[in-house]
Design a protein around this ligand. Structure first.
Ligand code: GDP
Length: 195
């Protein structure tokens, strides 16, 4: 999809605040700093629309981006903040659990992992959780420009093996710097949002 028009429509904590158009939603999850804002900006052809690196301890909300008046990207706050309190973490957990398990318009989740390393314990928990609820998931390995092309396959295999990615889910390499993987990620999104 060639994106011209994006609008941040909603920062929601409560389900009552979610959009009501009934259009499909694709959620993006990942540890802070994994490259979620960068990926979002590449997908929507912006340099700095989605905020880069949200701050630990800030109010955590789901941000709904309305794309071409056709679908929503839902930015789920980054997990893995070491410093947030347990209460904060539980609040965060409840909010995303409610959203991811009960949202009828959710068509799929893009789960980002840093392509340079093996997925962390947090990444594994997130993927296991998404699998448990049978939510269609695309795992995106980010920052692949930092890895020599000859090592991509080995690194992708490591991600696949560590997360134990299900046959029905997908794994794609991505770089916000070179935009490698942009078309493939969009293809997955369109297939799941409208297919
Ligand atoms: P977020 O916290 O998940 O939204 O992560 P950001 O998109 O803000 O990215 C965190 C840091 O990683 C920033 O310094 C980005 O410039 C950098 N980064 C993100 N994606 C890439 C990428 O594909 N390649 C490289 N080399 N750096 C990236």
């Amino acid at each position: 999809m060639e994106v011209h028009n994006v609008e941040l429509v909603m920062s929601a904590v409560d389900p009552k605040q979610y959009p009501t158009t009934g259009q499909p939603e694709i959620a993006l999850v990942g540890r802070s700093n994994v490259g979620k804002s960068s990926l979002t900006n590449v997908l929507i052809n912006r340099n700095s629309y989605a905020r880069t690196s949200s701050q630990p301890g800030k109010t955590q909300t789901l941000n709904f981006y309305h794309v071409e008046d056709q679908l929503y990207f839902v930015d789920v706050p980054g997990y893995g903040y070491a410093k947030v309190s347990r209460t904060e973490r539980e609040k965060w957990g409840q909010m995303i659990e409610t959203y991811l398990t009960a949202r009828e318009t959710l068509r799929g989740v893009i789960s980002l992992v840093d392509g340079r390393h093996a997925p962390t314990a947090d990444d594994q928990s997130m993927y296991t959780w998404l699998s448990y609820y049978e939510i269609p998931t695309l795992v995106v390995a980010t920052k692949m420009d930092k890895i020599p092309g000859a090592k991509w396959n080995k690194q992708l295999s490591l991600v696949k093996k560590t997360l134990q990615i299900r046959a029905e889910d997908d794994l794609l390499p991505f770089s916000a710097q070179t935009k490698a993987g942009k078309a493939e990620v969009w293809q997955w999104i369109e297939q799941h949002a409208f297919g």
